[in-house]
Design a protein around this ligand. Structure first.
Ligand code: GLP
Length: 267
């Protein structure tokens, strides 16, 4: 796990955007794994800016989102489809037909969505880079604590904690979904690379469990310790509970100096 601690949330977004742009530079038809959540907003803004002002193109790329609410129509502004269109896809040149979320249509059996989504990911050749955030309780996608570490895309019930964390995004009398369809933990682990962004103090404990705690279903993000290509981008606040902080900074400096001597070291 490469842990990179940056000063601010803006630095996190800018660094993440640089890595996504680099991937698209050498692999224009990259398969991106994408996420919703407020942490990703600054990243999408940076990528839109690069598209508009520096010619970054997504025309050949495709994308798979981590999760989608169940029982929320795609056209509903609260759906993750709407979020992605509004915050990102409507402002870049990606072909919307190549953007996928694990969506369950109104009369569809939700149990069929997971296997279909897994097949779509396989048909696309697998995910090159999965970008994501982390929940306050250590969830990734909507894989809540106690999720099977071998899980595949399926229906999950959200925890009370997640409902509370996300309630700020719903008005009082608005329906807040309690179920979602999410990529499983094994699905995420199949991605060839993972880029996890966390900012703000509310994430500090989950981040320390993910990076320095035991691998445990009680902190689903901790399974990333078993993935060979993970970069974790943190701001100071999200890194504030890490015990091994000096070592991460030291490693980062060494990697930077290797990069300046030998070109790209960590891809
Ligand atoms: C949501 C999403 C996750 C996201 C997390 C953190 O519940 N399903 O994919 O990482 O919460 O969101 P935020 O960035 O808003 O803190």
């Amino acid at each position: 796990m490469e842990v990179v601690i940056l000063k601010t949330a803006e630095d996190v977004a800018a660094t993440a955007a640089g890595l996504v742009a680099k991937l698209l530079g050498h692999t224009p038809a990259a398969v991106l794994g994408l996420a919703t959540g407020s942490t990703q907003l600054a990243l999408y803004q940076q990528l839109v800016e690069k598209h508009q002002n520096s010619g970054l193109s997504f025309a050949k790329a495709s994308s798979f989102n981590l999760d989608e609410y169940l029982g929320v129509a795609a056209e509903n502004p609260q759906s993750y489809r709407s979020f992605m269109d509004r915050e990102f896809f409507d402002h870049i040149d990606i072909d919307k037909q190549s953007t996928f979320l694990p969506y369950c249509a109104e009369n569809e059996n939700p149990r069929l969505v997971g296997p279909r989504y897994e097949q779509q990911i396989r048909d696309a050749g697998g995910i090159d880079l999965q970008v994501m955030g982390i929940g306050v309780n250590g969830h990734i996608g909507f894989n809540e604590p106690s999720s099977s570490l071998s899980s595949r895309t399926r229906v999950k019930t959200l925890t009370q904690q997640t409902l509370k964390d996300n309630s700020r995004l719903f008005s009082r009398d608005e329906f807040q979904p309690k179920l979602a369809i999410t990529m499983g933990i094994a699905t995420i682990m199949d991605a060839r690379g993972v880029l996890l962004l966390a900012t703000g103090e509310s994430k500090a404990e989950a981040v320390s469990q993910m990076v320095e705690g035991p691998v445990s279903a009680m902190c689903p993000a901790s399974v990333l310790q078993l993935h060979e290509r993970v970069t974790v981008l943190l701001d100071e606040a999200a890194a504030s509970d890490l015990k091994n902080r000096d070592y991460y900074d030291w490693t980062y400096q060494q990697n930077e100096s290797l990069k300046s001597r030998f070109g790209v070291f960590h891809d």
